[in-house]
Design a protein around this ligand. Sequence first.
Ligand SMILES: Cc1ncc(COP(=O)(O)O)c(C=O)c1O
Length: 416
Amino acid sequence: MTEPTLTQVDPEIASLIQKEEQRQLDVIRLIASENYASRAVTEAAASVLNNKYSEGYPGKRYYQGQANIDAIESLCIERIKKLFGVEHANVQPYSGSPANLAVHYAFLRPGDKTVGLGLPAGGHLTHGWKVSITGDFFSAHQYGVRESDHRIDMDQVAALVKEHKPKLIWCGTTAYPRTIDFAAFAQIARDAGAILAADIAHISGLVAGGAHPSPVGFADIITSTTHKTLRGPRGGMILTTAKHAAAIDKAVFPGLQGGPHNSAIAGLAVAAHEALQPSFKVYAKQIVDNAKALAEALMSRDVTLVTGGTDNHLILADLTSKNVSGKKAAVALEAAGIVCNYNSVPFDKRKPFDPSGIRIGTPSITSRGMTVADMKTIGNWMADVIEAPEDTKVHERVKTELLALTAKYPAPGLAR
Ligand SMILES: Cc1ncc(COP(=O)(O)O)c(C=O)c1O
């Protein structure tokens, strides 16, 4: 007897998955941290590897039956090392947040000092923001961006480091549209004798594809998620020099985690294989070209952009001058088939749950094959909706028009 399918066993969940797949096909996905993983990545990530326990590392496990798992994790490590040009890679973190916590655990004890970019300026929670364990258990000090141009204030970083003498300095962002000056951070960290950790969660695909400067050679530790611009399965990784390899490995397992998610590691190995192909460089560059073109299109409609543009995959729009809040705009945009997230802008006068901005990213639409020519169209649709957030006729018109565009571009990894 053949085993029943998901639809037969659990039609409710099967139907919701099918609806989500249709949604991902029909809408224009502009959430900067999302992407479409390829069918090959998704196949590996949803495989029988899910059934296996393998605490430990290749060649040193606490369970038998590891011949295939060891080979998969070793392949993943070798590919990631090659892709980023690093001496050591730990591919076991369950996601970006546990990867960052593991870095804290490797080098700090509770109460030790850190310096990182504040959340309102585009930093991530796990770089010491007060509601995160990284801000609660450690003594975290936060730098920001300059009021004049909203760029990271390296003078403030240097002054904070001088004042607090942290053991660990974070660079890397979650809502910042410009390149990170890893060399400048490295100089500050070196002068202070601190560990520099670069969190490249958002830009790891751009770094791998040569579309953003690499922190390799500057940062002691590099962390990343695997599911954003890199187009892998959901997961995390930590890249280091040989010097810090043992400390990081010990912090991940047994310090923080138990058995690795072998299916995610296999998916990451496939994503790394894809990213090592010459076409990935073209893809990474196209993400940035698309972001720049979308930024131009929005600015041509008088939408204010934080820092006046973008160098990466991400745009932060401040809608104050359009007299609409970020949340209201994001809800209206979704009604029109364009999905992004509302986001605080630097020095935001509004509350985080209804801030002044929206965050927009081009990784997903680039994975579908959209190019610069499509960005003008999308930018104009967005401006139409932002200028008429309550006009359902405008939303309906945009939704109908954009279905013709999304129909032209197949979405990778989806069944249809
Ligand atoms: C810069 C940065 N670091 C870490 C994370 C956390 O990753 P995860 O959501 O996988 O825990 C994110 C997620 O958006 C991020 O943007």
